[in-house]
Design a protein around this ligand. Structure first.
Ligand code: ADP
Ligand code: MG
Length: 347
C-alpha cells in the first residue's frame, strides 16, 4: 500500500480542522453545536453551556523576549473569554494547563499566574482547575473557558441574513502594528543591547498586542439594548477572514465600506510611515484585535446607532461568496482574507 503524504501547509489551519472533523458527528442530544463556531454549545437544561479552548505556544503565539509573563497570563484568559463573548455568552470558569521547561523559575510562573488572576478578576471568572507538566521546549499554556448563555440569546456564526447590518466594536489593526513595533525593537536590541527600546510612543498598539481585552462589556450592553446579534464572531484572525466565516456559515455575502472601518490614529501614524503597510490591510488582515464582529437585523438599527463603540461597517447580501469593500473613492474591490495561519507562519 502506498502511503500518501500531504503537507499540512497545503490545507492550512482551517482546511486541516475541516478534514479532521468531517468523520465526526454528534450523537448526544445535549451536543447542540460542535466544531465550527467560537465555542461549543451544550444543552444543560434551562440554559446553554458554552465551552472553548485555546492553546498558546512559546515561539508560535508569543515571544518571551518582549512579552512580560504577567501580560501573557492575562492574554491567555482574555482570548478565551473573547470566544464566549462571541457566542453572546458570559464566561464563568477557566481551566488552565501549563507545560514548563526548567528555564522557568517559580517566580516566573507566579508572574504568569498574577496575570491570570488579574484577568479572572476583570471578567469575573473563577480558575477551577488545570494540569501541570514539564516541557522540553519552552512554555505552553492551554486555557479552557466555560460560560453560559440563555437559549434564545446564543449567537452563532451562521445566523446572518440578507440586509442585516454588519457591526464591529472598538478599533482594528492596532494589535498587528503593536507586534510589528515589538519585533522591530527586539531586532534593534539584539544587534545593539545598549539600546533601550522606547515604546512610549507606541503604547496603544503595543498594549493592544500584549494585553487585549475581551469585549464582555458589549455582551452586557447588547442585552441592555435588547439586541440579539443574528451572527457573531470575535476578530482573532482579521476582519476579512472572520467576516468570511460568518458569510460562509450563513450562506451570504457582504459589502463593507472602507470609510466606516474603525482604525485608531496610532495605526495610521505608524503603519504607513514606519512599516510601509496600508492601515486598512492591518484592519482587514492583521488579527488579534479581539473585538466583536456581528450582524444585527435592520430593525435594531435605531437601538444601536448612537453607541459610541459600535461601528456599522457594511451590510449582508444574498450572494454567497461575494465579499467586497467599497473604497473611499467609491471603487468596489474584492475582500482578501489572509488571516493568521500558524502553519504558514512557521514555514
Ligand atoms: P477560534 O479562532 O474562535 O478560537 P478556531 O479557528 O481555533 O476558533 O477553531 C474553529 C473551530 O474548530 C472551533 O469550533 C474549534 O473548537 C474547532 N477545532 C479547532 N481545532 C480542533 C481540533 N484539533 N479538533 C477538534 N476541533 C477543533
Ligand atoms: Mg473566536
Amino acid at each position: 500500500m502506498s502511503q500518501q503524504r500531504t503537507e499540512i501547509q497545503t490545507l492550512g489551519e482551517f482546511g486541516l480542522i475541516d478534514r479532521l472533523s468531517r468523520n465526526f458527528s454528534l450523537h448526544q442530544p445535549t451536543s447542540v453545536k460542535g466544531i465550527g463556531d467560537d465555542a461549543a454549545v451544550i444543552d444543560i437544561g434551562a440554559e446553554y453551556l458554552v465551552v472553548s479552548t485555546d492553546l498558546l505556544l512559546e515561539g508560535i503565539h508569543f515571544d518571551l523576549a518582549f512579552t512580560p509573563l504577567h501580560h501573557l497570563g492575562h492574554k491567555s484568559v482574555s482570548v478565551n473569554v473573547s470566544d464566549i463573548a462571541a457566542m453572546n455568552g458570559k464566561a464563568e470558569q477557566v481551566v488552565v494547563s501549563i507545560a514548563l521547561s526548567n528555564r522557568f523559575s517559580v517566580e516566573a510562573v507566579e508572574a504568569l499566574y498574577d496575570g491570570i488572576r488579574a484577568a479572572c478578576e476583570q471578567y469575573g471568572v473563577d480558575l477551577v482547575g488545570g494540569d501541570t507538566s514539564a516541557s522540553h521546549s519552552g512554555l505552553l499554556i492551554s486555557v479552557t473557558v466555560l460560560g453560559r448563555v440563555a437559549k434564545d440569546k446564543v449567537a452563532y456564526r451562521s445566523g446572518a441574513k440578507p440586509n442585516d447590518i454588519i457591526c464591529v466594536t472598538g478599533d482594528l489593526g492596532a494589535s498587528y502594528i503593536g507586534l510589528q513595533v515589538l519585533e522591530r525593537e527586539k531586532e534593534v536590541f539584539m544587534t545593539n543591547p545598549e539600546m533601550q527600546p522606547s515604546l512610549e510612543k507606541y503604547s496603544y498598539p503595543v498594549g493592544r498586542q500584549l494585553k487585549p481585552v475581551a469585549r464582555m462589556d458589549i455582551v452586557h450592553e447588547l442585552a441592555d439594548m435588547g439586541i440579539v446579534p443574528t451572527a457573531m464572531i470575535d476578530v482573532s484572525d482579521g476582519l476579512a477572514s472572520d467576516l468570511f466565516h460568518i458569510g460562509k456559515q450563513s450562506n451570504v455575502g457582504a459589502r463593507l465600506f472602507e470609510d466606516k472601518i474603525p482604525i485608531d490614529q496610532a495605526v495610521y501614524e505608524t503603519s504607513a510611515l514606519e512599516f510601509k503597510i496600508d492601515p486598512m490591510t492591518c484592519a482587514l488582515n492583521g488579527g488579534e484585535d479581539y473585538e466583536l464582529l456581528f450582524t444585527i437585523s435592520p430593525q435594531d438599527f435605531e437601538k444601536i446607532k448612537n453607541h459610541p463603540d459600535i461601528h456599522m461597517i457594511g451590510y449582508v447580501h444574498d450572494k454567497p461568496g461575494e465579499f467586497v469593500l467599497v473604497s473611499k473613492q467609491g471603487t468596489v474591490v474584492p475582500l482578501q482574507a489572509q488571516g493568521w495561519n500558524h502553519f504558514r507562519a512557521q514555514a
